[in-house]
Ligand binder design. Structure first.
Ligand SMILES: C[N+](C)(C)CCCC[C@H](N)C(=O)O
Ligand SMILES: O=C(O)CCC(=O)C(=O)O
Length: 422
């Protein structure tokens, strides 16, 4: 009874809400436009046993669950209606034509029980939201969560973690093993598969277990030696300092796969450095440097005119790429060889950019952050090219390295389909 009375009073109150451009009311004003979630007027809902309060505000609906204060714009609530006419649960696609929703829409009635928020719109349409769904999908909930949980590492942390390599057979045949592999890969940004036949075909098969191969101007699955057949230092015996690949693409390749099929000579070890660990140190020691590197766009470039190859690639973007809502780093673009002329930065920022870039470089070059591995036939290395930098020692003799790039979306797709957060 009391509940019904409350709806009526709420409805009446809503009609009196001021226009959008009017002065907003004071926060949590006394009145009837707020309440606890449960039918009883206690502060705790029975099913969640979580403190839950709500309030109608002029421009948005305010909901507090277990201390998390969330704000939902009314047009957002209408747009995200999951009723059968608004949303197709078979295809998981929106049916509602959002352009038909009045941008200043407000509910004419609103009520809440222990688990559900009910909104009635002026045309009579009813929207129901499960509270857990709202928490899960709110901006405030998203802001608190890491999109991708990670373990930042230096060589000691990585070595002490004793991350097991997965054997090729298990990797190819068991989804549980594949999941273990991907879990490691997502946490550390590198992972190994062992006992792979040392052939191009086997490498391709292993790579395709995880994702789709991203073909580039280097080919689909490449197999290269120091023959300088392409216009890039990678095709020599020279050392390569730490870098990420294809920084000159608008979307750098997500994953790099390496398999050393043969090496008769000395040197040639692979260097791995967790770029996110380095960037995190910069953030903690000098947030201004981190901010600058995440804000200033620069160009990278690949210009090749060797034999029949003529390529000119340009990629634009900051060194550090962060999600704007939580400042979480999701991609580092770091390649001093391929960095193009800086002409996207005004003169009064250039010096500060170099200072910030130097701070990051110094961090990335600290010996304790370097993980050196010698790739051997049979051992396939997967590198998250958006996170972990790679390099190599100079070498002598014949060294044959094969591998490919993978599309990142499809790696994450595989991980999600196995129940991992990615
Ligand atoms: C891996 N593979 C040998 C095919 C290509 C090497 C690309 C090297 C380039 N400088 C870059 O960093 O993107
Ligand atoms: O030769 C290697 O081990 C690595 C080459 C490399 O860094 C690259 O291809 O990007």
């Amino acid at each position: 009874m009391m509940f019904t009375r409350m709806f009526v009073r709420l409805g009446a109150c809503l009609h009196r809400l001021p226009k959008r451009n009017a002065q907003p009311p004071a926060l949590w004003p006394p009145g009837i436009t707020r309440g606890p979630c449960a039918a009883s007027r206690t502060q705790h809902t029975a099913s969640h046993s979580k403190s839950c309060l709500w309030q109608l505000r002029e421009d948005y609906f305010e909901l507090s669950v277990s201390g998390l204060l969330m704000r939902f714009d009314y047009v957002w609530l209408r747009d995200h209606c999951r009723s059968a006419s608004c949303y197709n649960t078979k295809t998981n696609q929106r049916n509602l034509d959002t352009a038909t929703v009045e941008l200043g829409i407000r509910p004419s009635n609103i009520r809440m029980d222990e688990e559900t928020l009910f909104l009635t719109w002026p045309d009579g349409h009813v929207t129901r939201f499960n509270l857990a769904w709202l928490v899960q999908n709110s901006y405030e909930g998203q802001k608190q969560r890491a999109v991708q949980p990670r373990i930042l590492w230096n060589s000691e942390i990585y070595n002490e973690a004793k991350v097991p390599a997965i054997s090729c057979e298990g990797f190819m045949t068991s989804d549980e093993e594949l999941k273990q592999f991907l879990k490691t890969f997502l946490l550390y940004g590198i992972a190994f598969v062992e006992d792979v036949p040392p052939t191009l075909e086997a490498t391709e098969t292993v790579a395709q277990r995880v994702s789709l191969i991203r073909e580039t101007m280097y080919g689909r699955v490449w197999n290269f030696t120091s023959d300088f057949s392409r216009g890039d230092t990678a095709y020599t015996k020279l050392a390569l300092d730490r870098h990420t690949d294809t920084s000159y693409f608008q979307e750098p390749c997500g994953i790099q796969v390496f398999h050393c099929l043969r090496h008769e000579g000395t040197g040639g070890r692979t260097l791995l450095v967790d770029g996110f660990h380095g960037a995190d140190k910069v953030l903690k020691e000098a947030p201004g440097n981190f901010e600058l590197l995440s804000r200033v766009p620069i160009k990278h470039e690949y210009i090749e005119n060797v034999g029949a190859y003529h390529n000119h690639m340009i990629g634009v973007g900051p060194v550090l790429n962060v999600y704007p809502w939580n400042n979480e780093l999701y991609m580092i673009r770091y390649n001093n060889y391929d960095r193009a002329v800086i002409n996207t930065v005004p003169h009064d920022t250039v010096q500060r950019w170099y200072v910030a870039h130097r701070a990051l470089t110094s961090e990335l070059r600290k010996p304790e952050n370097e993980l050196w591995v010698k790739l051997k036939p049979g051992k396939v290395l997967f590198i998250d090219n958006w996170r972990v930098l790679h390099g190599r020692e100079s070498f002598t003799g014949l060294r044959q390295l094969c591998g490919c790039y993978l599309t990142r979306d499809d790696v994450l797709n595989t991980a999600r389909s196995l129940g991992l957060q990615a």
